[in-house]
Design a protein around this ligand. Structure first.
Ligand code: HEC
Ligand code: HEC
Length: 442
């Protein structure tokens, strides 16, 4: 069988089987319990985890938008609506935009996903998970994915809200994270007041005591891993030697694994090396400054390691289902996939072609979105960090690569396995359920 397909590839001048990654198998994923995932599904869609009871994980990671939110920079607190319809709430303006693009959540239950966030600030080391909280991090979470879930609820702009609005925002502001008055315990106690949750938790975790936030995050992690495993795209059928790619997709495949050099970084069956590279993607929005700094830069991996070679480097994203996850880049500055690929192949020239009016951002007058892009010294620094040699691709080749990227779209993962619940135990509105999301205005 493999010889037969190898022959076809040779005949079409495409890729030999040796250059392709092996097909994904069950062994590539950590085991997941379905009961745990079902509990996690409800928590993922329930605004009960947010300080002001108005934002769920799904607000920014929604299956209708490829498990992201369809806009360049998310609006958490102070936003209303879902996906490209999300806009600022004039009655409760956000303080600022979220500094980075909300990433998609496909395949995060795979064993090789050992660094999370665009800058990899959460990292699975041999003996522990490294987190920005250091010694203040709670212990006892099941995986790096569970550890990740413990962060958005602490973020004022994402889910916690301000100290003037609610007790979780207040705890965060006072630096109370762990312990009985800490933000995580406050949320866990809230969840425990709903009998349906209490029953499900004791059923799923019979050996654990009172609900802790690590139980909540373990369940949500199980849900994400179960729901958005993605290994049944046409690309997978090809890797399993069931069906070869045809036409433009096959030609794009040959470029991706050949002259265009994409697979050097978008490597392996998940199309990522999980490493960090400066690729000159445009930087919009508030950036990542410390509280004592005032600038709009986002220096990416450099903020984690302090190493000069990591300046403006971001993690190579997995390209699975990438057609569904526009806009692109760590700040989501480019809405069009083909245009992103063309700019990315020649990063310095691509950066120079940046057009602010293409950016898909909900209006927010107070935001200073283009400070970096309108400052030649700032853009020169981003360009100077790029080490990659440009690759010349004509429009036809970009189209073929984009056709190949479409072969990574997986109908099963797109739909999700458990889907969107009709209702959640808190009784709060579920984002994306007919007639409900418009009610989220408080
Ligand atoms: C207001 C929008 C928003 C909300 C709400 C939100 N996220 Fe995110 N999420 C983001 C953004 C933006 C990032 C990227 C941040 C970065 O890299 O610095 C992210 C990153 C992640 C990642 C890392 C993915 C990767 O590949 O590195 C996971 C997992 C995740 N979020 C899950 C969740 C869960 C679970 C919740 C609910 C507890 C949640 N998010 C709530 C916007 C949001
Ligand atoms: C030197 C490593 C490297 C090479 C080579 C490379 N990429 Fe990337 N790619 C990255 C990194 C890093 C990012 C994230 C950049 C950022 O957001 O700042 C990225 C982002 C992307 C994205 C955006 C995904 C998203 O979700 O935002 C696409 C699409 C993409 N690359 C496709 C390609 C294609 C097609 C090629 C070949 C023409 C290619 N890449 C070559 C490292 C690389």
């Amino acid at each position: 069988m493999r010889a037969f397909f190898g022959l076809i590839w040779l005949l079409t001048g495409a890729v030999s089987a040796q250059e392709l990654p092996p097909p994904i198998t069950d062994e590539d994923y950590l085991p997941v319990s379905r009961a745990e995932a079902e509990l996690g599904q409800l928590l993922f869609y329930d605004p009960i985890l947010s300080g002001n009871l108005n934002i769920a994980c799904a607000t920014c990671h929604h299956p209708d938008h490829g498990t992201a939110d369809g806009i360049a920079l998310a609006i958490g607190e102070g936003g209303i609506g879902l996906g490209p319809d999300r806009h600022v709430n004039p009655a409760q303006m956000p303080e600022k935009r979220i500094p980075r693009n909300a990433p998609a959540l496909f395949n995060l239950g795979a064993r090789e996903f050992n660094v999370l966030f665009h800058d990899g600030r959460l990292e699975q080391l041999a003996d522990r998970v490294r987190t920005p909280l250091g010694a203040d991090m709670a212990q006892g979470f099941a995986s790096i994915l569970s550890a990740q879930t413990m962060f958005p609820v602490l973020n004022r702009d994402e889910m916690a809200g301000s100290h003037r609005e609610n007790e979780i925002g207040r705890a965060v502001r006072q630096g109370l994270i762990t312990g009985p008055d800490g933000a995580w315990d406050l949320i866990a106690r809230r969840v425990a007041t709903f009998p349906a949750y209490a029953a499900m938790f004791s059923n799923v975790y019979p050996d654990r005591g009172a609900i802790e936030f690590t139980d909540i995050s373990d369940a949500i992690a199980a849900f994400m891993a179960f729901e958005w495993r993605s290994d049944t795209a046409p690309f997978d059928a090809m890797l399993r030697e069931e069906r070869a790619l045809q036409g433009d997709a096959a030609r794009g495949l040959a470029l991706f694994y050949g002259r265009a050099g994409c697979s050097g970084c978008h490597a392996g069956p998940f199309l990522t090396d999980h490493r960090f590279h400066a690729m000159g993607a445009a930087q919009i929005g508030p950036g990542k400054a410390e509280t004592f700094e005032s600038h709009y830069r986002d220096e990416g991996r450099f903020r984690v390691t302090g190493r000069a070679e990591d300046r403006f480097a971001f993690r190579t994203p997995s390209l699975r289902n990438v057609v569904l996850t526009a806009p692109y880049g760590h700040a989501g500055a480019e809405p069009d996939l083909a245009r992103f690929v063309a700019d990315h192949a020649d990063p310095v020239a691509g950066l120079a072609r940046f057009e602010a009016d293409r950016v898909a951002l909900p209006a927010f007058e107070a935001a200073q979105d283009f400070v970096v892009m309108h400052n030649p010294a700032e853009t020169a620094a981003i360009a100077a960090a790029v080490v990659r040699t440009p690759i010349a691709l004509d429009g036809e080749e970009v189209r073929q690569i984009t056709a190949f990227l479409a072969s990574l779209t997986d109908p099963v993962a797109k739909r999700g396995r458990l889907g969107i619940p009709d209702a959640v135990p808190s009784g709060l509105p579920v984002a994306g359920v007919e007639g409900q999301v418009k009610g989220i205005s408080q």
